[in-house]
Structure formats: structure tokens, C-alpha cells
Design a protein around this ligand. Structure first.
Ligand code: HEM
Length: 413
């Protein structure tokens, strides 16, 4: 009621009947945030922004795109050449998809570094992993829609993976493709799902933020908020921080869209799909490369698929695999090193994903895949037992005062 009393005029009248203004004020303006949040805490907001850009630009693309195997390629060319602002909307959509993955990956690694997956945020974390699991097929189906050579062959390679499933594999592939080959029915269903899934992602993202607001944010120290000295209101402190992060994000997006609009389009995709001519090397977008490397690393197709799916599934288990009582890697000397090795391992896998499955790249893909699973299933549970974490500060405000005092001491010395 106190909030409703603060809103006057027409909005106050509405708020007393439908307390939307009070709700938004409570969740976005007065919402208490740990005072030590850094810029890594803006990446959730940036993920939401990228999703919004994708949905809006996607709806405009859908107005001019033709989801038919005979016309899809030409309709995309028409969008870029003839449709007003099509030259802007198409690269905006493609680069926003790429940046969406970039910011979500950073957001996920931030969670891994600061232990944001630990109790009481397990559901929040699991909803995040579900988002990642939904983003991957959505992006893949989007890649197929321009119906160029790479689109067609990526669809062929990925759908044929399912044939490895014993007994039902062949039937399931025919069901997914809508026939025995990738063709018009495949394109039509991929288009329908590519249009629909972003709205599912938006709904799960809303549930994710709801779960966040129920448990409140973790922070770089990974310790609980003790009292009102540890928190500050979301507005203006974090609205300004998020706006600065947004400016950086938009600059990067604009840089790609205006200066390198075709950077992400492989040369093969400038040619229409041709079922009779297979490209020399079939590669997915950069953000799927580590998963692709895992698929290629394992000689048995079915195990390769299990590894790819397992790479995501293992993230769901992270809150239960890591039993250390300390959240933030700042206070965990061994976990911190392992975290950076994991980052390097993912980069290595991405590199291996760009190479043919033979010789040294194949060996690197195998080592990278084995290490990825060893990190989560062996090293993380084991070090929780042996590691001696550094002493935690008493409270967030005490840590800030201590840092200020030591800075003052250094500047006087
Ligand atoms: C569509 C994709 C996503 C959106 C829109 C989104 C949105 C957000 C937002 C707005 C926040 C609060 C700000 C912040 O802490 O950065 C947040 C927090 C969080 N997200 Fe996400 N997120 C997404 C994907 C993910 C993924 C893939 C994961 C993990 C696998 C994840 C895990 C978390 C966690 C653990 C927090 C709490 C962080 C903390 O308080 O330390 N999110 N998310």
C-alpha cells in the first residue's frame, strides 16, 4: 500500500486497482541489490536485450521470408537487396544471434566462477541451463532457413545423427525431415519451430528472472547479505551500470552490422542448396563448435551424440557435484585454476570443431572432450574435499570498508 500511495494521478488510480506500478517499483527500482556487484552482473540484462532484438528483427524478417525450398534462398537475397532496410535487418538478426550466445556464455561462466549455481539458487541455475538447451536448436534451425549450401548440408549432417539411435533412429529421422531426404517439409517445420521457440525462451527467461528475484543475486564475494548496509537500490545504481553495458553491447553489434555484415556467412552459403554437391568441410556457427568437436571426437556416432547432450546435462548437476561450502572462486585457489583451464579447454574444443576429424585436431578434440567431463565429474567433486579456501570476509560492507582502508594506506605510504 505504501508503494501505491507514492503513485499519484491516473497511474495511482490504476495501481490501486491493479498494482502493476507498485510491483515494477518493488522489482526494478527499490529492489535491494548487493552493493558490490560488478559489470559481470550486467550480462543477464544483456542476454535479455539480445533476445528482444532477435524477436523484433525476426518478426520483420518473417514478413518477407518465404519458407519454401524453391524460394527461400531467393527471398533472403530479396530481403537484403530490395526490401526497405532489409540490408540492416538481416545482419542485425544474424549478429544479434551470435552476440546472444557470446553474452549467455559469459553469463554462464560468470555463474560458474562466482558459484551462483549453489544453494539456494539451484532452480534459477537449472532454468538457465534449460535456456541454453533451448537456444541451441533454435539457432541451428535459423541457420538452415537461408537454404544455402551450408544450411542444407548442416541440416543433413545434424538430422542424420539421429540414425545412430538403435531400432527407432531411421524412423525418427524421417519424421523430423518429413521425408527420406532434407527437403521442403524439413524447411517448413524448421521455420515453424524457429518462429515458435524464441517465445518459449522468453517465457523460460521470465521464470528465470522470477526465480532470481525470489532468491536475490549472489555477489562477487559469494557471501550472504547480512543487513541493510550490504545493499543499495537497483535504481539508479544498477540501471546506470546496465545502461553503460548496453551502450558497449550496441556499439559492438553496430560494428559488426555496419562494418562486417557478412562476416558470419560462410562462402558456401552464398550458393543455393544443392543436394548433389557436398561442401568440402561442413562447419556450424562458432557457438556450436565445441559441441561439434565432441561429436567428431568419439568414433561411435551414438556415443558422440550422448557426449554432446551430456555436455549440457552435466551443467544441470553442477549444484550437486560441487560440495564446497564456499561459493566464489576468489576464495578457492584450486577451483579458480580449474575454472580457467575449463575456459581454455572450451576454446581448444572450438578450434578442433573447425578442423577435419583427423590427425592432431582429432587428438585435441578427444583430449578436450575427456577433460571437459573430467572437470565436472571428477575434479570439481574431488577438490571440494581437499581444497583449503581462504578466509571469507565478515560481510559485504566490511569487505568494502577494508578495501577502501587498504587503498588509503597505500596512497599515504
Ligand atoms: C536467455 C538467456 C538468459 C537470460 C535472458 C538471463 C537473464 C538473467 C538476468 C536478467 C539475471 C540477473 C542479472 C545477472 O545476474 O546477470 C540472471 C541471473 C542469473 N542467471 Fe541468467 N539468463 C539467461 C541464461 C542463463 C544461463 C544459460 C545460465 C546458466 C547456465 C544462467 C544462470 C544465471 C544465474 C545463476 C543467475 C544468478 C546470478 C547471481 O546472482 O550471481 N542464466 N539471468
Amino acid at each position: 500500500m505504501e508503494n501505491a500511495d507514492r503513485t499519484r494521478g491516473l497511474l495511482g488510480w490504476i495501481d490501486r486497482r491493479w498494482p502493476i506500478i507498485s510491483f515494477l517499483r518493488g522489482e526494478l527500482v527499490d529492489y535491494p541489490q548487493p552493493r558490490n556487484l560488478n559489470y559481470w552482473w550486467s550480462f543477464g540484462f544483456l542476454s535479455g536485450t539480445a533476445l528482444l532484438v532477435l524477436i523484433v528483427s525476426g518478426v520483420f524478417l518473417a514478413m518477407h521470408y518465404t519458407p519454401h525450398a524453391d524460394f527461400a534462398f531467393a527471398s533472403v537475397q530479396r530481403i537484403v537487396r530490395d526490401v526497405p532496410y532489409g540490408w540492416l535487418i538481416r545482419p542485425l538478426h544474424a549478429h544479434a544471434a551470435s552476440l546472444f550466445f557470446a553474452v549467455v556464455y559469459i553469463h554462464t561462466f560468470r555463474g560458474l566462477y562466482y558459484g551462483s549455481y549453489k544453494a539456494p539458487r539451484e532452480v534459477l541455475w537449472s532454468l538457465g541451463v534449460a535456456l541454453l538447451a533451448l537456444m541451441i536448436p533454435t539457432a541451428f534451425m535459423g541457420y538452415v532457413l537461408p537454404w544455402g549450401q551450408m544450411s542444407y548440408w548442416a541440416a543433413t549432417v545434424v538430422t542424420s545423427m539421429v540414425t545412430a539411435v538403435p531400432v527407432v533412429g531411421e524412423d525418427v529421422v524421417a519424421y523430423i525431415r518429413g521425408g527420406y531426404e532434407v527437403g521442403n517439409p524439413t524447411l517448413a517445420r524448421f521455420y515453424a519451430l524457429h518462429f515458435f521457440l524464441p517465445f518459449v525462451i522468453a517465457a523460460v527467461a521470465a521464470a528465470h528472472v522470477w526465480a532470481l528475484h525470489a532468491q536475490r543475486s549472489n555477489n562477487p564475494l559469494g557471501i550472504e547479505v547480512q543487513d541493510s548496509r550490504d545493499v543499495i537500490p537497483f535504481h539508479p545504481f544498477f540501471t546506470i551500470q546496465d545502461m553503460l553495458a548496453l551502450a558497449g553491447f550496441l556499439l559492438v553489434l553496430a560494428g559488426f552490422v555496419f562494418f562486417a555484415p557478412d562476416l558470419l556467412t560462410p562462402a558456401e552459403n552464398f550458393q543455393p542448396a544443392d543436394p548433389l554437391s557436398t561442401p568440402h568441410l561442413i562447419v556450424p556457427e562458432w557457438y556450436l563448435l565445441p559441441f561439434y568437436a565432441m561429436l567428431k571426437a568419439i568414433p561411435f556416432k551414438i556415443l558422440g551424440i550422448v557426449a554432446m547432450l551430456g555436455a549440457i546435462l552435466v551443467l544441470f548437476a553442477m549444484p550437486w557435484l560441487d560440495r564446497s561450502p564456499v561459493r566464489s572462486a576468489r576464495f578457492r585457489p584450486i577451483y579458480r585454476v580449474l575454472f580457467w583451464i575449463l575456459v581454455a579447454d572450451c576454446v581448444l574444443l572450438a578450434y578442433a570443431g573447425t578442423q577435419p576429424a583427423e590427425g592432431v585436431p582429432l587428438l585435441l578434440a578427444r583430449i578436450g572432450t575427456a577433460y571437459y567431463f573430467a572437470h565436472f565429474l571428477v575434479l570439481v567433486p574431488a577438490i571440494a574435499v581437499f581444497e583449503r579456501p581462504r578466509a571469507l570476509p565478515q560481510s559485504i560492507s566490511a569487505a568494502i570498508m577494508e578495501r577502501r582502508a587498504s587503498r588509503r594506506r597505500r596512497s599515504h605510504a
